[in-house]
Every structure is written in structure tokens, then in C-alpha cells.
Design a protein around this ligand. Structure first.
Ligand code: PXP
Length: 242
């Protein structure tokens, strides 16, 4: 079955709105874990707008499932990753002004620098994923620098309407096929929801999705465990059709 990473950044967004202690990020992560999530994902941003350093450390100590740290490949955060040792890191581009991660990482344009980051993580037994747009040259570059996985940016698919939906979906399918010819594992994430997930989850090479905003948003109405279960239900139903 495709594994589910639940991104709990926006539980922290709500907490940071009052700079207090609630809602408890570790508590939320444990609810997701108990509901059946395979992994907890957090993004430690340079501006610390949601997840804080202490959250990453507390999650690493508490979780029974994998901890996946999304991060920019910058010295400050690399040092934190080396220290905390999450199970995996997902390298993402980061711009201070953006509301959320806008595009994929340009792996092809910075291969030497990123190869060093990958090697440094491997020395700490941390597996490395590259968050990339569904483009062949980014897949090839990720394989060349020794990454373990790529996470295909599904934002363009999620934001598309009308005929563009099929076009963006096809880009994801074509990219996954190319990934299947490399040692890379194929993940997907960004903008996925209980409504738009199924066509992506049918991609045969896909082995992990990371979903955040939709799960936390639906949790307001139906509870976090139910929101996680809804997504797991979609992934489970799809399994028989893949
Ligand atoms: N994957 C990556 C690499 C991301 O940067 C994000 C957003 O932080 C997600 C998945 C989750 O996206 P969303 O919150 O839209 O589900």
C-alpha cells in the first residue's frame, strides 16, 4: 500500500497564532500515528513560522513511526538535521515571502552542492528525498547525485482546472515512469486532498504521499483521526485497482 506521511505544520500554525502551547503538536502527531499514518512530516522553515526546533526534537523522541523533515539545504537547518537525525529529510526550495512551498527544487542546477548534502545525510544514516517538479531533467539529476527518493510536486495538478487537470496528471504519470527506471523511490505531495488523491494514487510507481493542509483543515470539522482515516481509506480502496 502507498504509505501516508501526515504533515502537521498547520497544527503548529494554529499554536503560533497565540505563541502558546495549544494545540499540542506532539499530541497531534500521536493521534495521526494511532490512526494509522506511516510517517509524520514537518517543515522547519528558516523563519520558524510554524514548526519550532523543539518540536522536531520532541517528535524524534516520541514517535514510533518515521519522522520526515522537510528543509531547505542551508547550513543552519542541515546542522539541525545532523543533530536530531530524522529518519528522512526532504529537500525543498524555500522563499521567505511565500505562503507555502511554491515550486520544486532545482536539483539539475545545483548538483554539486546537493550531492554534498546527500552524502552528509547518508553519513548520518538519514535517507534523502528531493521535492521536484515532474520534469525528466530533475529526476535524472536526483538519481545522479545519489538521492534515495523524489517527491513529485503535485501543486500544479491540485491547482489545475478543466482540461489542464488531465495534462498535469499525465505529467505526474510520465515522471513516475521515468523514476521507475532509476533506483529512486517515487513519492508525491502538495495540495493533495481526499477529493483529488485517487487519480494520483493510481500511479503504479508511487509508494508514499505527504498530505498536510487538507487533513488539518478537515480535522476542524471531523476530528484529526477521522481526517487521517479518510485518506487512508482512499489509499486502501485504490490498492485493489493498481
Ligand atoms: N510535501 C512537501 C515537500 C511540502 O513542502 C508540503 C507542504 O509543506 C507538503 C508535502 C504538504 O502539502 P499540503 O499541506 O498542501 O498537503
Amino acid at each position: 500500500m502507498i504509505e501516508l506521511g501526515v504533515n502537521i505544520d498547520h497544527v503548529a500554525t494554529l499554536r503560533q497564532a497565540r505563541r502558546g502551547l495549544v494545540p499540542d503538536v506532539v499530541g497531534a502527531a500521536k493521534v495521526c500515528e494511532i490512526a494509522g499514518a506511516h510517517q509524520i512530516t514537518v517543515h522547519l522553515r528558516a523563519d520558524r513560522r510554524h514548526i519550532q526546533d523543539a518540536d522536531v526534537k520532541a517528535l524524534k523522541q516520541t514517535l514510533l513511526v518515521r519522522l520526515n523533515l522537510e528543509m531547505a539545504a542551508v547550513p543552519e537547518i542541515i546542522a539541525i538535521a545532523h543533530d536530531v537525525k530524522p529518519d528522512t529529510v526532504c529537500l525543498v526550495p524555500e522563499k521567505r515571502e511565500e505562503i507555502t512551498t511554491e515550486g520544486g527544487l532545482d536539483v539539475a542546477g545545483q548538483q554539486d552542492k546537493l550531492a554534498e548534502v546527500v552524502q552528509g545525510m547518508h553519513e548520518k544514516n538519514i535517507s534523502v528525498s528531493m521535492f521536484i517538479d515532474p520534469e525528466p531533467r530533475q529526476i535524472e539529476a536526483s538519481a545522479k547525485i545519489g538521492a534515495d527518493c523524489v517527491e513529485l510536486h503535485t501543486g500544479a495538478y491540485a491547482n489545475a482546472s478543466g482540461e489542464a487537470v488531465e495534462v498535469e496528471l499525465q505529467r505526474l504519470w510520465d515522471s513516475a515512469e521515468i523514476i521507475g527506471d532509476t533506483p529512486l523511490r517515487c513519492h508525491a505531495g502538495h495540495g493533495l486532498t481526499v477529493r483529488n488523491l485517487a487519480p494520483v494514487a493510481l500511479i503504479p510507481e508511487l509508494c508514499e504521499v505527504n498530505i498536510g493542509h487538507d487533513i488539518v483543515a478537515r480535522a476542524v470539522f471531523i476530528g484529526l483521526d477521522n481526517a487521517v482515516n479518510e485518506i487512508l481509506g482512499v489509499l486502501h480502496d485504490i490498492e485493489t485497482k493498481r
